[in-house]
Design a protein around this ligand. Structure first.
Ligand SMILES: Cc1ncc(COP(=O)(O)O)c(C=O)c1O
Length: 438
């Protein structure tokens, strides 16, 4: 590939195309905690690529597994066929999952995992003779990818507004739990806000439980700016769902595979969902792959009728792709062998202190954290929402640090192999950049 490609033909996702193409930032290679740009700058990765490269970049074991699989089995259809590695990965991941999440349905992304889980929820109720349960409940500020299902239950208005007339019908939303007035500068789970889960009772009263299939929430909302669940909030949602026969889906596309210091956010937060959606860390970001983990009762509900019949009319050409399966198995081995989830638990207090050290930095109105997720929220520049954060993003990049911004919040989610010296570098850089921007 040429070092200076023509940038025009590529319509870039979630990007200001015109600004990017006049101010390109091109990555050429990566290793461990760093990217290297096409012009040779070394960039510390403060967000694990996009919340996904949990084992760090180009981990030799993952690279080797992908290379070997590419030469051995390039493709195997998942429809009425299989290959050994995908069964091994399903066994591995479900063994790591809490409770009876004993079955894995493979997809290629978080968005596909979400749409798959929503479809399974509706089909599950219908299969067990409760066909009226079709309503789906999401949450304001939720991000569940970009499929029609995901944007319908999602709660980020820029992602929805173009499509408002064609979103899924019968969807309602819980209120979000972000509240700076009550919870600013909370360390870990904030104390205020468990009662916001009770709004589910009002939604049930409005629509009747017999119309509701599932509630879907991120245990920690990532893309909206790292919104940590208040103490007792998820427990309350679980209670209300159980009371009314509603499935609870945790969207753990970000929080699974170590981000919070355990295999799943559900373990760390001590609340058992009926399904978990994953992607990202499932292969440490190296090959696209997602999975829905379903409770055994859900799976068994479908296992009726003639045994040669297809039980669920759903799947993707690339479900369980051999290269993704190899990457997933290698990622799970790396997490285990290198004790990366344990490492997160050990580093979390250091990371927490570092994130909160920015409390008195210029423009900062909130800092928050859980596991290796952190956020620094900036005061919005009057009349120019998001601009200050975008300037912080470009300032950090120019200073050799990749962060993510959403609204006026800087989000951090570094690879789980991060060292204390990198954590220092992250907060020192952010402080300096914030000092330099208006
Ligand atoms: C919670 C959550 N769900 C779904 C998605 C969508 O994943 P993908 O971009 O792989 O489709 C994301 C992506 O960030 C996410 O954070």
């Amino acid at each position: 590939m040429s070092a200076a490609p023509n940038l025009e033909a590529y319509w870039m996702p979630f990007t200001g195309n015109r600004y990017f193409k006049s101010h390109p930032r091109l990555l050429a290679s990566a290793s461990g905690m760093h990217f290297t740009t096409t012009t040779g700058e070394k960039i510390l990765d403060g967000i694990a690529g996009l919340w996904c490269c949990n084992a760090g970049h180009c981990h030799p074991k993952i690279v080797e597994a992908i290379q070997a699989q590419a030469a051995k089995l390039d493709y195997a259809t998942a429809f009425q066929m299989g290959h050994p590695d995908i069964f091994a990965l399903a066994e591995k991941v479900t063994a790591m999952a809490p409770g009876n999440l004993d079955y894995a349905f493979f997809t290629n992304s978080g968005s596909e995992s979400v749409d798959t889980a929503l479809k399974i929820a509706i089909a599950y109720h219908r299969t067990r003779g409760d066909a009226g349960r079709t309503r789906l409940i999401g949450r304001e500020k939720g991000y569940h990818g970009v499929g029609f299902g995901g944007i319908s239950v999602g709660g980020m208005s820029p992602n929805r507004k173009m499509y408002s007339a064609v979103l899924l019908p019968g969807v309602d939303h819980l209120p979000h739990t972000h509240n700076i007035e009550h919870n600013a500068f909370s360390r870990g789970q904030p104390q205020w806000g468990a009662h916001l889960a009770d709004e589910l009772e009002n939604i049930v009263a409005l629509h009747d439980a017999s119309t509701i299939a599932a509630v879907i929430v991120e245990p920690v909302a990532g893309s909206a700016g790292v919104i940590i669940p208040p103490v007792g909030y998820l427990e309350r949602l679980r209670e209300i769902c159980t009371k009314h026969g509603i499935l609870l889906i945790f969207d753990e596309v970000i929080t699974a595979f170590g981000r919070l210091g355990g295999a799943f956010g559900a373990d760390v937060l001590g609340v058992q969902p009926d399904m978990i959606t994953t992607a990202k860390g499932l292969t440490s970001g190296a090959i696209p792959m997602g999975a829905v983990l379903a409770d055994k009762d859900i799976y068994q509900t479908f296992m009726t009728g003639p045994d040669k019949a297809i039980e669920l009319f759903h799947g993707y050409t690339y479900s369980g792709h051999p290269m993704a399966a190899a990457a997933g198995l290698a990622a799970m081995s790396v997490y285990e062998e290198e004790g990366l989830f344990q490492r997160v638990r050990e580093l979390a207090p250091v990371f927490e202190d570092a994130v909160h050290s920015l409390k008195d930095a210029r423009h900062v109105i909130d800092t928050r954290n859980l596991g290796l997720m952190g956020a620094i929220e900036l005061e919005t520049r009057p009349g120019a929402p998001t601009v200050r954060a975008i300037e912080a993003f470009t300032g950090c990049f120019d200073a050799g640090l990749l962060v993510r911004t959403t609204g006026d919040t800087i989000a951090l989610s570094p690879p789980l192999i991060i060292e204390e010296s990198h954590i220092d570098q992250i907060v020192t850089t952010i402080r300096k950049v914030l000092e330099s921007i208006e």
